[in-house]
Write a protein that binds this ligand. Structure first.
Ligand SMILES: Nc1ncnc2c1ncn2[C@@H]1O[C@H](COP(=O)(O)OP(=O)(O)O)[C@@H](O)[C@H]1O
Ligand SMILES: [Mg+2]
Length: 225
């Protein structure tokens, strides 16, 4: 199996006033294509920081990050947007769906913006909405959906550009237990069916139960659970 994510000696220092806080000290991570990896850690341990660095949303203080052939920490703005549009799917705790667009439009928009023809984007969005069990909700607006359904739309949207890697930050953190279990199952099913690589960070250790690998972030380093 080919390695799709390689993180070497990544560090992150936040400077606030005269204070320097070392959040990531020396993070090492190698992930093979098609693997589902869950990273847990206490609140404030740096999980979101690590995920944002991997997704090119935040810069590292040191080290190298390679994802799907991109050297993420050396990309310029244009290359970064290409990387995000074509190789990454992102799911966050809050869905960030556009309220004036239907579920179907929300899912197809990233494809349309990446240059896919409208009809093809629509077709792909329909398939993905069905994959998350919402084929009958395509014409509904986010305000007409439950929290769990909105998050399922966000999962479908993350996959619309057929990314190699899906990054998820507390994707079920805003849901009750039942919806949390359902969204988790759908997310894992969808990425496994499509042989995507999933890197999910959460404080909720129950999400690690169905992962291929479970790592723990503590004191700025990653260790196997
Ligand atoms: N921009 C920032 N400036 C200063 N400190 C930050 C910044 N972003 C995050 N932090 C701090 O870094 C630590 C890790 O944050 P975060 O990665 O969000 O942790 P987690 O996702 O594990 O809860 C926290 O203590 C947080 O307050
Ligand atoms: Mg976080």
């Amino acid at each position: 199996m080919a390695e799709i994510i390689r993180i070497e000696h990544v560090s992150k220092v936040f400077v606030t006033g005269s204070e320097q806080i070392s959040i990531l000290v020396d993070v090492q991570l190698s992930i093979e294509e098609g693997t589902v990896v869950v990273i847990t850690g206490e609140s404030g341990s740096g999980k979101s920081t690590l995920l944002n660095i991997t997704g090119g949303l935040e810069s590292a203080s040191g080290g190298t990050i390679r994802v799907a052939g991109y050297r993420v920490n050396t990309l310029d703005e244009f290359e970064l947007s290409t990387y995000r549009a074509h190789s990454l799917g992102l799911v966050f705790q809050f869905h960030y769906l556009l309220k004036d667009f239907t579920a179907l439009e929300n899912v197809m928009l990233p494809a349309y913006m990446a240059g896919t023809a409208r009809r093809e984007a629509l077709e792909h969005a329909r398939v993905l909405l069905a994959a998350v069990g919402l084929e009958h909700r395509g014409e509904h607006y986010p305000s007409q959906l439950s929290g769990g359904e909105r998050q399922r739309v966000a999962v479908a949207r993350a996959l619309v550009n057929d990314p190699d890697v899906v990054l998820a930050d507390e994707p079920t953190g805003n849901l009750d237990e039942r919806n949390s279990a359902l969204v988790q199952q759908i997310l894992f099913d969808v990425v496994r069916t499509r042989a995507k690589t999933l890197l999910l960070v959460t404080h909720d250790a129950t999400l690690a139960a169905h992962a291929d690998r479970h790592l723990v972030l503590a004191h700025g380093v990653l260790q196997p659970q």
